[in-house]
Design a protein around this ligand. Structure first.
Ligand code: NAD
Length: 494
């Protein structure tokens, strides 16, 4: 069965992709479009995609409102059946999804095929299971029997960024759908295509019309209209702190619960007692995906006594990176998503240089792809001061900073010195130190002697400007639900 059918379509990487919205179980187009180009070769236009507006947002929310009662009353077990079918369809179509997302976002084809996209299927399975397994908390107090009921909350607006668009969208849509909410998803305008395929797969899995809707378009246009609609009963957002603040104001106006997974500027702390080779290898791996990873440890903080030894090891591993076409299995660093983003990243490095920060490696556009190529050399910068812009702001490119610390207290001071608090990475061989760092570091996730290992039931989110609320496991299901306390007088006979 080919699940990718209906609406206006283009061929991308040999896969038929709809350029329309998906609303109320049907493909719907807008009279105007926006251009979607491939970061692998900016001269290649992949698609003209429907550019949603306020009317599109209203249509999609109306579809989600209309479909909500039946989806909510289907119950977690009935919903789980459809969500598991969707997970199976994702697994069965990994190659098509990878072909499209590799061209659209330029993430490495091998990573997409082998790891990233199957996480989409895992997201749906995990939440189908968790929602179905929910056990009401029941207890007696004050002469009453108390129960906690988890009720579907209503139409949920999900807004996602351009990096890992398919995986991140499924991570946010899966708990909403499993909890009994209907969804309007707006993917980012720089990589909109794989989420269009997700709509086809949801349809093929038997998702009732209006339960899962996808609208395409520009954030400030259709995105803003979606989050301003008071009929949306939850808003789940991943993106930059600036957009998070904007959406937060709309959520406050309508008093709608809102979660925000925002940017990061994670510290990567290496103590002298650590396995330095392992730490250096993982540190050089922070350039993966061209550094377009919110969780990356982009501030290398290394104990001063091992500065030179660590740097030599780090450079050995960093030298092994291969910039190239994301389809080539030998490539480890893909191009950046968009010329605008490229210019932003290059601007950070140029200002660091002008500020007197020291460029230890990289610091320039790669020759690959000529003047229009979007590859940037893996860059390491030793800042003049901890207040330097390059230390304090998220770059979201293949740019790391390098600083040394004198002792554990100094490491904690530096690690906690930005406004962000999404992730932190610590390398040490001391269990006591690891425990102390785990408590002292201001970050939603702290990895010790590892990186990016995820348990989907663990809480996930940011501190400070890295976000509000927690995703993951029951935390996400609680967010997507209205929790009720249901009390009955003890001994009541009906
Ligand atoms: P962005 O904030 O520019 O855009 C994110 C989404 O918001 C897009 O779909 C965009 O169209 C939409 N949007 C923009 N303005 C809007 C508005 N006024 N109303 C409604 N929607 C609007 O972010 P980006 O550049 O796409 O993504 C990069 C950022 O995302 C980085 O800061 C990165 O760290 C962060 N990120 C965080 C996580 C996490 O889990 N914490 C994961 C991935 C990316």
């Amino acid at each position: 069965m080919n699940p990718f059918v209906g609406g206006n379509r283009v061929e991308v990487g040999g896969v038929s992709v709809s350029t329309d919205h998906f609303i109320g179980g049907k493909r719907v187009s807008s009279p105007t479009t926006f251009e979607d180009r491939s970061p692998l070769d900016w001269s290649v236009k992949l698609a003209d995609v429907s550019r949603g507006d306020k009317a599109t947002a209203e249509l999609a929310i109306t579809a989600a409102v209309d479909a909500f009662p039946a989806w909510a009353s289907l119950g977690p077990v009935g919903r789980a059946e459809i969500l598991r079918r969707l997970a199976d369809l994702i697994d069965a179509n990994i190659e098509s999804l990878a072909a499209v997302e590799c061209l659209d976002m330029a993430m490495l084809h091998e990573s997409l095929r082998l790891r990233v996209l199957s996480r989409g299927a895992r997201n749906f399975r995990a939440y189908a299971d968790l929602a179905a397994q929910y056990e009401e908390r029941v207890w007696e107090s004050n002469g009453t029997v108390n129960r906690v009921l988890r009720m579907p909350a209503g139409p949920t607006v999900v807004i996602t960024p351009w990096n890992a668009p398919f995986m991140l969208s499924t991570w946010k849509c899966a708990p909403a759908l499993a909890a009994g909410n209907t969804v309007v998803l707006k993917p980012a305008e720089w990589s909109p295509l794989s989420c269009s395929l997700l709509a086809d797969l949801a349809h093929a899995a038997g998702m009732p019309a209006g339960v899962f809707n996808v609208v395409q378009g520009i954030g400030a246009e259709v995105g803003a209209a979606l989050v301003a609609d008071p009929r949306a009963r939850r808003i789940s957002f991943t993106g930059s702190p600036a957009t998070g603040r904007h959406i937060g104001r709309e959520a406050a106006t309508n008093l709608v619960p809102f979660t925000a997974e925002l940017g990061g500027k994670g510290p990567f702390v290496v103590f002298a007692d650590a396995d330095l080779a392992a730490a250096a290898q993982k540190a050089a791996g922070q350039y993966d995906d061209s550094g377009q990873v919110c969780l990356a440890g982009t501030r290398l903080l290394v104990e001063a006594s091992v500065r030179d030894e660590f740097l030599a090891l780090f450079n050995q591993f960093a030298d092994q990176h291969v910039l190239g076409d994301s389809h080539d299995p030998a490539t480890t660093i893909s191009p950046m998503i968009h010329p605008t983003h490229f210019a932003r990243v290059a601007g950070f490095v140029d200002r660091a240089r002008a500020n007197g920060d020291t460029i230890l490696r990289g610091g320039a556009r790669s020759e690959l792809g000529g003047d229009d190529g979007l590859w940037y050399e893996p860059t390491l910068i030793e800042p003049k001061s901890n207040d330097s812009e390059i230390v304090q702001n998220e770059v979201f490119g293949p740019v790391l900073t390098f600083q040394t610390f004198t002792d554990e207290a100094d490491a904690v001071r530096l690690a906690n010195s930005t406004a962000y608090g999404l992730s932190a990475i610590v390398y040490t061989s001391s269990q006591e130190r690891a425990e102390r760092m785990g408590r002292a570091l201001r970050a939603g996730t702290i990895w010790t002697n590892c990186f990016l290992v995820r348990d989907l039931t663990a809480p996930f989110g940011g501190i400070g400007i890295s976000g509000m609320g927690r995703e993951g496991g029951d935390y996400a299901l609680d967010f997507c639900s209205d929790l009720k306390t249901f009390q009955v007088k003890e001994g009541t006979t009906y």
